[in-house]
Design a protein around this ligand. Structure first.
Ligand code: ZN
Length: 206
């Protein structure tokens, strides 16, 4: 089996499908915005327009608004690296970097969500909604991402956080099946093809 090569001039390599768990956990999706592709490192948050697009697509910003600043994009990328550090520490069973933990707790406090009771007597009746008590829309997005990361790391699914076993992949996923090792079928196929190639070469050379 051969893997099609992506030419060096190919600026938009095929995106990988979302890793298991990333659709349910925006923190996992955030970590996976930085990937390695055949053309090299790829960043879905490379610049403010790309970061805004990701936030809107992920539903973390309600609608297109005025663009993100470079500083806001930097805050999002900093949180991403913190969550990655915390996932890595959790997998290694080690204490995390204190700065990463402080950053995450800072993001948690950026726009604390509080409950509001709405009452529509003619319709659904009472309804409890969680809304940010203050801060900017980006603060609220960072708080939601940090909350999701904190719940994932401290909750029952923490055991399922896994790093893709493909040596050239840096994505994380939730191991929903006991034996799952790859973030995607593409990674599994690539590793199996490489092993097959190595075995064939070894047999030819023996
Ligand atoms: Zn992978």
């Amino acid at each position: 089996m051969t893997t099609p090569h992506t030419g060096p001039g190919d600026a938009a390599p095929q995106p990988l499908p979302a890793a298991p768990g990333a659709d349910q956990h925006p923190a996992l999706a955030l970590v996976n915005t930085r990937t390695l592709r055949p053309t090299g490192a790829f960043d879905d948050l490379a610049d403010p327009p790309a970061a805004l697009d990701w936030l809107v697509t992920t539903g973390l910003l309600p609608a297109r608004r005025s663009g993100l600043t470079a500083a806001e994009t930097g805050r999002l990328r900093t949180l991403r690296e913190c969550v990655r550090d915390l996932f890595t520490a959790r997998l290694a069973g080690e204490a995390p970097d204190r700065t990463a933990l402080a950053e995450l707790n800072g993001a948690l406090a950026a726009a604390p969500f509080t409950g509001r009771l709405h009452w529509d007597a003619a319709g659904e009746g009472p309804r409890l909604e969680s809304r940010p008590a203050g801060g900017t829309p980006l603060d609220a997005a960072l708080t939601r991402l940090a909350s999701d990361a904190a719940e994932l790391l401290s909750g029952p699914q923490a055991e399922a956080i896994a790093a893709c076993a493909a040596g050239d992949c840096i994505r994380y996923f939730l191991r929903t099946h006991g034996a799952r090792q790859w973030c995607s079928q593409r990674c599994g196929d690539r590793v199996r093809a490489a092993r097959h190639y190595a075995r064939t070469r070894a047999a030819e050379n023996s």
